[in-house]
Design a protein around this ligand. Structure first.
Ligand SMILES: [Ca+2]
Length: 260
């Protein structure tokens, strides 16, 4: 975005520009508060980036044991709860990515102020069925009263052969349930809506705060990986409207996005 036209855009877009919550390009080289509150096996490195030269590397340690798991997670705190939350980021899929077994790997989680929040939501990747080393994506919430689990619509081949060694732009919209209206989870990959669960998340609990303040990107990989497997995330943005976070998709090959 050219600064010279920003005032006109602000006039036209109104609250859209003022409702951005936080953004991160990792060029400071630091991961810390107030936005980032935990980063096990995540560090800022040079050499693989969309903006500038740096991005967050999620290092999943390889374990040849086929039952071995792995973990890398970047945890955030948005400062206050938001009932209607949009966020987006660029995700690099490593060239050696293989989804072993059918086990689920965390993709993201959102909750209020307590990880034990019964209104916690998220999504996970699962091995395709039949298994081919790639992954489908499906939402998670407590749909049955028995705890977090697969729920709502999913998307096959979310991570496929064409994604290896490229960046994909992820955009996520989550709106918490109220007593009257069920919640929403929508996920876009490179500008295409691939998961659409509008007003389907029946997850209103009397004790909940019905909004999202904390969460994490990626997380525990129950499938584990035979080799060290490094994902990268760059250009994260959180907001309260689509206009806050929406950017053009990465073209094939994952070239850099235009700047805002
Ligand atoms: Ca960057």
């Amino acid at each position: 975005m050219n600064l010279r036209i920003l005032p006109l855009c602000c006039l036209l877009a109104g609250a859209a520009w003022s409702s951005e919550i936080a953004k991160e390009d990792f060029e400071s080289g630091m991961l810390g508060k107030p936005l980032w509150i935990g980063n096990p096996h995540v560090s800022v490195v040079e050499g693989q980036a969309v903006s500038g030269t740096k991005a967050a590397r999620f290092h999943f340690t390889g374990k040849p044991d086929p039952n071995g798991d792995a973990w890398a997670e970047l945890r955030f705190d948005l400062g206050k709860p938001y009932r209607d939350l949009w966020f987006a980021y660029s995700l690099y899929i490593p060239k050696n990515y293989t989804h072993r077994r059918g086990a689920n790997n965390k993709f993201f989680r959102l909750w209020g102020t307590d990880y034990g929040d019964k209104e916690k939501i998220g999504a996970s990747t699962w091995g395709n069925n039949p298994a081919d080393g790639f992954s489908r994506l499906r939402c998670d919430w407590d749909a049955t009263g028995g705890g977090m689990g697969e729920a709502g619509k999913g998307h096959p081949n979310f991570i496929a052969a064409a994604d290896l060694g490229t960046w994909m732009r992820i955009m996520i919209h989550c709106e918490a349930a109220t007593a009257e209206v069920k919640g929403t989870i929508q996920i876009w990959k490179n500008g295409t809506l691939i998961i659409d669960n509008p007003n389907q998340v029946a997850l209103y609990k009397e004790s909940g705060i019905h909004a999202y303040k904390q969460g994490y990107l990626l997380g525990a990989a129950n499938s584990g990986f035979a080799e060290d497997t490094d994902f990268y995330i760059d250009d994260v943005v959180f907001g309260t409207t689509r206009a806050d976070v929406d950017l053009p998709a990465h073209p094939p090959g994952g070239q850099a996005l235009p700047s805002r």
